[in-house]
Design a protein. Structure first.
Length: 231
């Protein structure tokens, strides 16, 4: 659900970072209590129980362990290595989905994932990964047949606005592979601006061993509380 897109994806694939998978090997884990304004774990869990109206019968809500079968179905048509994790293959088994959602459990007090829902059907996801107080990395993924219709940018705008207001986070940021034009267009539409290019920052997952793996450059795009609204 966040992070730069996997290298080698076709030009019409919109993927950003780690949106639905288990982070491992080279990625720093989020702190256990990222928002200092939250007084307790219970309050944090309540804060992360998100359910936003995207219009047209779509909702953006927190994904939980009970959504494993929904997640497995959503990735069943994914032909590319567009999800990050220990094995960056497209489709998830039910077990893959269970492991992924466990790593995005809001009760852990760190990262969590919002699903783009059309009734019971999962169309995509937005992941939020706090890296330090006031700063959150955002990631996104849209199932293949739903790409190209503005769904991703609509969800990213809503999640970004909610993170600024609901979590009082002044800085939201993306990691995008330089060649991923759909993700770059989405970032612009959602009101993000380019900040910097970090050499050899994002993992390719060509090897399970982080020390032996290859890495590529990532572009950092940011949205702050004073950023203009997206188009």
């Amino acid at each position: 659900m966040s992070q730069a897109a996997i290298s080698g994806l076709p030009n019409d694939t919109v993927v950003n970072a780690t949106a639905l998978v288990t982070p491992s090997g080279g990625r720093q884990q989020p702190p256990a209590t990222p928002w200092r304004t939250v007084a307790s774990r219970r309050a944090l869990i309540e804060l992360m129980d998100v359910d936003l109206d995207l219009g047209d019968g779509l909702r953006l809500r927190t994904l939980a362990a009970a959504d494993a079968a929904v997640l497995a179905e959503a990735t069943s048509g994914e032909p590319e290595a567009s999800l990050w994790g220990p094995h960056p293959v497209g489709p998830y088994t039910l077990r893959d989905a269970q492991v992924a959602l466990a790593s995005w459990d809001p009760a852990a007090g760190g990262q969590f994932c919002l699903g783009i829902m059309a009734g019971p059907r999962l169309l995509g996801a937005v992941g939020l990964m706090p890296d330090r107080p006031g700063s959150i990395e955002l990631a996104y993924w849209v199932r293949p047949e739903e790409r190209g219709n503005g769904l991703g940018s609509r969800a990213v705008r809503a999640a970004t606005r909610w993170a600024h207001q609901g979590l009082a986070a002044p800085r939201i940021w993306l990691e995008i592979e330089p060649g991923n034009q759909p993700s770059l267009r989405l970032a612009r539409r959602a009101g993000y601006r380019f900040e910097q290019r970090i050499p050899q920052h994002c993992r390719d997952w060509a090897s399970d061993d982080a020390e032996r793996d290859t890495w590529h450059d990532c572009l950092i795009w940011v949205h702050t509380t004073d950023s203009p609204p997206g188009s």
